[in-house]
Design a protein around this ligand. Structure first.
Ligand SMILES: *Cc1c(COP(=O)(O)O)cnc(C)c1O
Length: 357
């Protein structure tokens, strides 16, 4: 039987990539692979998405692992360097740096480079996480170029705080902050991640940066992936390892938090928080088995979850169970666990097996 397996559908990845292209036909695509391709295996995703113009990661070790696997496209580190010693490595490996602090500029000044590095400047258009204030950008650009260690043209990049909420006033405010710089910028300009690709076409500019939508989950609050023709690229599956009759009123699992309202059949699935399934998924979270959805009952354990198969269940040990995928959207599980699909996808644990189809 199949135990705790993430089945990755490379065709779905390519399909979702085509959805990106359809929404942003005039932009280049920086496909975001950070956190191991949102838990899908960054190398396999990069191979499946060979048409991407470049790939983005967050950490140097992610970039180096892509290079070690033979991935040749330009890479971008979205928060740039963390230490001065990162910069020569990035330059020689063709990894572009986002610059967003004075400290990073000092790092570049301090280090001997093997050649120039391709650079982006991050501007804070209103999210107030990282980035320079718009007014600081011109002097920063001059200082960056004055090091002689940067290959022009330098890109300009920003990020939305609320693009997943259509009509949120901050979206237009951020565009208004960004535009005066962006409209006169010499180099490439980028602002849109998945949600803005789908909902803010005026923010597409030269490069779009899809992450979540490539993996087939919806980046828009309250709207399904199917609504945008996105197909889940991951099916998280496992098997029933126990099927037993259960008496009304008897509890199930740690803490005896759930009791059966009627005589029923309880199934146990080989999947737990040790695999990355969220421990806070509440009773009622759907799982797909035997052609129907059944509710999770009781607490999620490290290696197992329990489901109420119903009094007339015909399910058997060894039957396949989908925890999320094409039948149970990962967004729905996330909602039931008080989190977001991003977190569930990138929390897939080491011991989970991968299959690529
Ligand atoms: C993660 C990230 C993205 C991708 O975001 P999605 O919502 O997954 O599309 C784009 N840009 C930056 C700067 C990011 O950190």
């Amino acid at each position: 039987m199949k135990v705790a397996t993430a089945v990755i559908d490379t065709k779905a990845l390519r399909h979702n990539f085509a959805v990106v292209r359809r929404h942003a036909p005039n932009a280049k695509v920086l496909a975001v692979l950070k956190a191991n391709g949102y838990g899908h295996n960054q190398v396999e995703v990069a191979k499946a998405l060979g048409q991407a113009d470049a790939f983005a990661v967050a950490r140097l070790n992610e970039a180096l692992a892509l290079r070690a696997a033979g991935i040749r496209q330009p890479l971008v580190m979205l928060e740039g360097c963390f230490n001065a010693s990162d910069l020569p490595v990035m330059a020689s490996e063709g990894v572009q740096a986002v610059f967003h602090t004075q400290a990073q500029l000092e790092m570049l000044r301090s280090v001997v480079m093997p050649g120039p590095i391709s650079a982006w400047i991050k501007v804070d258009s209103g999210m107030h996480r990282i980035g320079l204030a718009p007014a600081e950008v011109p002097a920063y650009l001059d200082a960056l170029l004055a090091t002689g260690k940067v290959a022009p043209p330098v890109g300009l990049i920003s990020h939305f705080a609320c693009a997943d909420e259509k009509g949120h006033p901050l979206n237009q405010q951020q565009i208004d902050q960004f535009l005066p710089l962006a409209s006169h910028w010499q180099g490439p300009v980028s602002m849109a991640a998945s949600a803005a690709i789908l909902s803010l076409p005026q923010a597409h500019f030269d490069w779009v940066r899809p992450g979540l939508m490539l993996y087939g989950a919806s980046p828009m609050a309250g709207e399904s992936a199917a609504h945008y023709q996105l197909k889940p690229a991951m099916r998280l599956v496992s098997s029933l390892i126990s099927v037993k009759r259960h008496k009304a009123g008897e509890p199930v699992g740690y803490g005896a938090t759930w009791r059966a309202p009627q005589d029923t059949v309880i199934g146990v699935v080989a999947m737990g928080y040790g695999d990355g399934y969220p421990r806070h998924a509440k009773s009622g979270t759907p799982l797909f088995v035997g052609g129907r959805k059944v509710p999770l009952v009781g607490r999620v354990s490290m290696d197992m979850v329990t489901v109420d198969l119903g009094p007339n269940a015909k399910d058997q040990v060894g039957d396949e169970v989908e925890l999320w995928g094409s039948e149970v959207p990962v967004e729905e599980v996330a909602e039931c666990a008080g989190t977001i699909s991003y977190e569930l996808l990138c929390n897939i644990a080491q011991r989970v097996r991968y299959e690529f189809v």
